[in-house]
Every structure is written in structure tokens, then in C-alpha cells.
Design a protein around this ligand. Structure first.
Ligand SMILES: Cc1cc2nc3c(=O)[nH]c(=O)nc-3n(C[C@H](O)[C@H](O)[C@H](O)COP(=O)(O)OP(=O)(O)OC[C@H]3O[C@@H](n4cnc5c(N)ncnc54)[C@H](O)[C@@H]3O)c2cc1C
Length: 342
């Protein structure tokens, strides 16, 4: 019989991130379908808030690794915490939310424990008592469902697949494990954080809306001139009002290296598509972007799509969006900003 461990770390405010609460729902569902119970393992500076968030999830036991030295993301201490929790739970299947902190540590932990790991898990089900996972390949063009015999099996679960767990019901006691850190595990000192300014902090994975800007924003418009400053003001105005996440086409982010006018807050990190990212948001709005396949493949997980383009024959018109507004995005977004301000 499988022993399922749900493994998560808390954020600096002591709470679990959304993806961790989604993975907790997965742990409950999967354990039920495997006719087994599951164990919770938490890591962080202070686990009190997280204890409340996981209430009523159906876990049979809860273990924690807690303390100042575990409050920051640090490979050498995190891997010891993970190892202690997996050993304590005697886990065969370990479900882990795909945060950057654990995505860095878990592959190493899987090797240490002589197990296997699969990242970017986008579906989990139990068929005939056997656990199967789903994963996309070749930039989300091919999907594969498979299982593994090797245990322990670590699964890094992507966001946006399961509903978030709303902690309610009874809580269970947490047993705190003592994890001794050697000098070498303490060698890296975390000094603090430097956050980018609010105008450059444009990638918001938890946003309800993905706003994509394409190269059209910096192209010559009807008056024969480019208007990058105006474009910048319209886009930033919209983002600050809506807190949408900003995506880009490759052409727009490539322009800086080609000496063309650019939007200062845009970087290759914003690029969506085959050679960019595949974000997950309930809705997406594309503006001044042609909607070519290498870009649209990055929209695989955007549920509701709309686009604004001057060209009625652009890529979006070929069945790639739910609604295409054939219109000038400068005018449309200026009007939208006016409405948002009123
Ligand atoms: C191997 C490979 C990998 C690639 N990977 C990626 C990737 O990861 N991501 C990606 O994005 N691309 C990728 N591309 C490039 C992709 O094929 C396109 O070239 C790119 O997406 C085009 O960007 P764009 O639509 O912003 O620019 P353009 O093709 O220049 O389109 C600009 C659009 O803006 C519209 N427009 C102009 N002014 C206005 C206005 N005022 N109002 C409304 N619309 C207006 C125009 O009608 C036009 O449709 C890749 C290509 C290859 C070959």
C-alpha cells in the first residue's frame, strides 16, 4: 500500500502559497482513491498559520521542521528537512507544490533517497488502484500519462490543476522533528530580499488575467510614427489598475537587441510561447500581437482568450481566441483605462 506524504514550505508571512493549498486538495483526493491516508510534512520559520490552513484535510499525521534556519530558501538546510520528513513518514509517494524553493531542492532529495522525481505534473489519477500522472512534452504539444514502479516517487505538482483547500474542520497535532544542521549546511547565509520596483514587477502568476503586449505597440501607427511612451503609459496604467500579469511576444522583447524602440519594463522573462513561458491564468487579453503558433502555444492553459488586433486575418482569427476585437489597441486600452478610472 502507498504511503502518501504531502510536503510543503511556508512563505515568509507563515502562510502556505496558493499552489500548496491546491496540492493539499490533490493529496486528499489521491489518498482517498488509493484507499490510504496521508501525512503532512511542513517546513518553515513558524508553522502556526499553516497548521490552521491545513485543518480538516483528512491527514492522519502531521510533522514539521521549524526554526529560523528553515525560514529561508537554502538548498543545504532544506534538503535535510525534506529528507527527515520523508524518512519519518516512510513515504512512497511525495506530493510537493511546484514552488521555486522546492523545485530547486526536491531533485537532489530524490537522488539522496534513491527515488525518482517528475516535475511539472499537470494531472494525477488512480486507475485500477495504480497511481498515474500526466505531464506535457515538447512545449505543451504532447501529453503523456504514465506510472512508475520506483519508490519513493516525488511529484512536483504545477499550479492551476486542483481547487485550493479551504482549511476548515478539526486540526491534528503536529510533531516537530529535530534536524541538526552541520556547519556546512549553515554555511550559506541569507541576508534578505531585494524586490524589483513595482513598475518592473509585472509577472504575477496568481493574477486572474494575463495581459499580453505584442510588437504592434512599438510599430509605426496610422500617423506614420511610433508611440512607445504612450504605449508604456497605457500598459502600465492598465496593469496598476487590474494587477494583471504582463506577458509579451518574442518580437517585442527581442527588439531591444535590434535597436528599435522598446518598453522599458519588458524583459525576456515576460515572453510567452514556445521559447518562453506557459503561464496559467483564468483569462488572457492579447493586444498588438499577431497570434502566431509559436506564441499561442504558450496560451495552452489560458481558459478564456480575447485579442485586439487591427488585422482581421491575424493568427487569433484562425480559431485561437474566443473573441477577436478588430480595432486599434491604443484606442481600446485608453478607453478601458478611462472606464477603470471612473
Ligand atoms: C523556433 C521559434 C520559436 C519562437 N518562440 C516564440 C515564443 O516563445 N513567443 C513568441 O511570442 N514568439 C515566438 N516565436 C516568434 C513568433 O513566430 C512570432 O514571430 C512572434 O510571436 C510575433 O510577435 P508579434 O505578434 O508581437 O509581432 P508581429 O508579428 O510584428 O505582429 C504585430 C501585430 O500588431 C498588430 N498591430 C499593430 N498596431 C496595432 C494597433 N494599434 N492595434 C492593434 N493591433 C496592432 C499588427 O496587426 C500585427 O498583427 C518563435 C519563432 C520561432 C521560429
Amino acid at each position: 500500500m502507498e504511503t502518501v506524504l504531502y510536503l510543503a514550505h511556508v512563505q515568509h508571512d507563515g502562510t502556505l502559497p496558493r499552489v500548496a493549498l491546491e496540492t493539499l486538495t490533490a493529496a486528499g483526493e489521491i489518498s482517498k482513491n488509493l484507499s490510504t491516508s496521508f501525512v503532512i510534512g511542513l517546513v518553515g520559520g513558524d508553522l502556526k498559520k499553516a497548521e490552521a490552513q491545513v485543518r480538516g484535510s483528512g491527514a492522519s499525521k502531521m510533522f514539521g521542521v521549524q526554526g529560523e534556519e528553515f525560514s529561508h530558501s537554502r538548498y543545504s538546510s532544506d534538503i535535510l528537512a525534506v529528507e527527515a520528513l520523508v524518512r519519518k513518514a516512510n513515504a512512497t509517494v511525495i506530493l510537493v507544490p511546484a514552488t521555486s524553493r522546492f523545485a530547486r531542492v526536491l531533485p537532489g532529495a530524490a537522488v539522496r533517497l534513491n527515488g525518482r522525481i517528475d516535475t511539472h505534473v499537470s494531472g494525477i489519477k488512480v486507475t485500477g488502484g495504480k497511481l498515474e500522472i500526466q505531464r506535457w512534452y515538447y512545449r505543451q504539444r504532447l501529453v503523456s500519462t504514465f506510472s512508475r514502479a520506483v519508490r519513493p516517487w516525488f511529484l512536483l505538482v504545477d499550479s492551476g490543476i486542483f481547487p485550493t483547500w479551504e482549511g476548515k474542520g478539526a486540526s491534528i497535532p503536529m510533531e516537530i522533528l529535530k534536524v541538526d544542521l552541520s556547519d556546512s549546511a549553515n554555511k550559506t547565509e541569507v541576508l534578505g530580499f531585494e524586490s524589483p520596483s513595482s513598475s518592473t514587477q509585472t509577472i504575477r502568476p496568481d493574477a486572474k488575467l494575463l495581459f499580453v503586449a505584442g510588437a504592434g505597440w512599438t510599430k509605426k501607427q496610422g500617423d506614420g510614427k511610433t508611440h512607445p511612451k504612450e504605449a508604456e503609459a497605457i500598459i502600465l496604467g492598465f496593469l496598476s489598475k487590474t494587477q494583471a500579469s504582463l506577458g509579451s511576444s518574442k518580437s517585442l522583447v527581442d527588439q531591444s537587441s535590434e535597436g528599435e524602440p522598446v518598453l522599458g519594463f519588458m524583459s525576456h522573462l515576460n515572453q510567452v510561447g514556445q521559447t518562453g513561458s506557459t503561464p496559467r491564468h483564468p483569462k488572457g487579453l492579447s493586444t498588438c500581437c499577431h497570434g502566431e503558433e509559436p506564441h499561442v502555444v504558450g496560451w495552452r492553459f489560458i481558459n478564456e482568450r480575447r485579442a485586439v488586433n487591427l488585422d482581421p486575418n491575424c493568427g487569433w482569427a484562425q480559431g485561437k481566441t474566443d473573441v477577436l476585437y478588430v480595432a486599434d489597441a491604443f484606442q481600446v486600452m485608453t478607453k478601458v483605462n478611462e472606464l477603470l478610472n471612473s
